[in-house]
Design a protein around this ligand. Structure first.
Ligand code: C2E
Ligand code: MG
Ligand code: MG
Ligand code: MG
Length: 285
């Protein structure tokens, strides 16, 4: 798999790289087509967030999926980077926000305290229209800001703090909350929180997985929770998969849990509000 280019130099192609690149190009074409076709093929899954004190349903995180005509269901780890590079993240992000808020409105009729969490990337945050768009989508759906949490990840350039704080404070005036996703996996963790007006941190799954066997992780998570509480930050523990992990976390008292132990992310028609609420209570007695 070597070939001569125009200047008689050897260029190597690794077949796996080539195939991966080809698959990416195909997927990008499918994503572009789907956006043009009124976002056909995109859907949202919802994963419950559970209050640790009472095991009541607090809300859900919206997670995007793409159904590829050739390959079936594709996960965001694969297609979100393509959306980011191609500029499609902006329209798809708007679709996610719109769809998640419309769904939230329906669930709040049964459970008025229900909150929806929506992931937002920096490509979206850098878009000048985003501040007004979020507020107008809430209005369209007759929702107060307190129905929405926006999840962002750590690790932005220092010069962007001012810009982000301006957006965040406009949102916070309306009751929208800001959450730092995958907390602990980036750098500058705690310094970051002081510079930005954050309401919640989501401790990454990698610290939760097998926590009952790791004195180090248990201490780490315990310290994060202590520091967060002293700054009036809510803590959500992500990726709780087992009863043993839950038992270890119970001693630390975060505010929220999210993970396969409670439920996988499910399509909205499988998100049965009443039975979920009942089940969590029974599960945790
Ligand atoms: P995230 O925001 O940290 O979402 C949590 C991820 O962990 C989800 O993966 C979820 O399915 C998975 N998860 C939840 N509980 C468990 C558990 O107990 N065990 C395990 N092994 N996994 C668990 P998913 O849906 O594949 O999403 C991956 C990432 O893609 C998200 O991470 C988020 O960063 C990004 N993403 C998803 N939807 C959107 C979106 O609408 N917009 C943007 N910008 N990014 C999104
Ligand atoms: Mg998230
Ligand atoms: Mg996360
Ligand atoms: Mg993430």
């Amino acid at each position: 798999t070597a070939k001569l280019n125009g200047k008689n130099r050897l260029v190597f192609f690794h077949p796996e790289d080539y195939e991966r690149r080809l698959a990416e190009i195909e997927l990008q074409a499918e994503l572009e087509e789907a956006v043009k076709e009124n976002f056909s093929g995109f859907s949202l899954r919802y994963q419950p967030q559970v209050r640790s004190e009472t095991f009541e349903l607090a809300g859900a995180e919206a997670l995007v999926r793409f159904h590829s005509p050739r390959r079936g269901m594709v996960l965001p780890a694969e297609f979100v980077p393509i959306l980011e590079r191609s500029g499609l993240m902006i329209p798809v992000g708007s679709w996610v926000l719109r769809t998640a808020l419309a769904q939230c409105r329906v669930w709040r009729e049964k459970l008025p305290s229900f909150r929806i969490s929506v992931n937002m990337s920096y490509t979206q945050l850098r878009c000048p229209e985003i501040q007004a768009e979020v507020l107008s989508e809430l209005r369209e759906n007759d929702l107060p800001g307190s129905a929405l949490t926006i999840e962002v990840t750590e690790g932005i350039e220092l010069q962007e703090y001012g810009y982000l704080n301006a957006i965040f404070s406009a949102w916070k005036k309306e009751g929208i909350e800001i959450s730092v996703d995958d907390f602990g996996t980036g750098y500058s963790s705690l310094g970051w929180l002081k510079k930005l007006e954050i309401d919640e941190i989501k401790i990454d799954r990698c610290f939760i997985s097998g926590i009952q066997h790791s004195v180090y992780n248990l201490r780490l998570v315990s310290n994060i929770i202590e520091v967060a509480k002293s700054g009036f930050l809510r803590v959500c523990c992500e990726g709780v998969e087992t009863m043993e992990e839950l038992a270890a976390l119970e001693t630390l008292q975060p505010a929220l849990y999210q993970g396969f132990y409670f439920s996988k992310p499910v399509p909205p028609e499988h998100f049965a509000l009443n039975s979920l609420m009942q089940r969590f209570k029974e599960q945790c007695q």
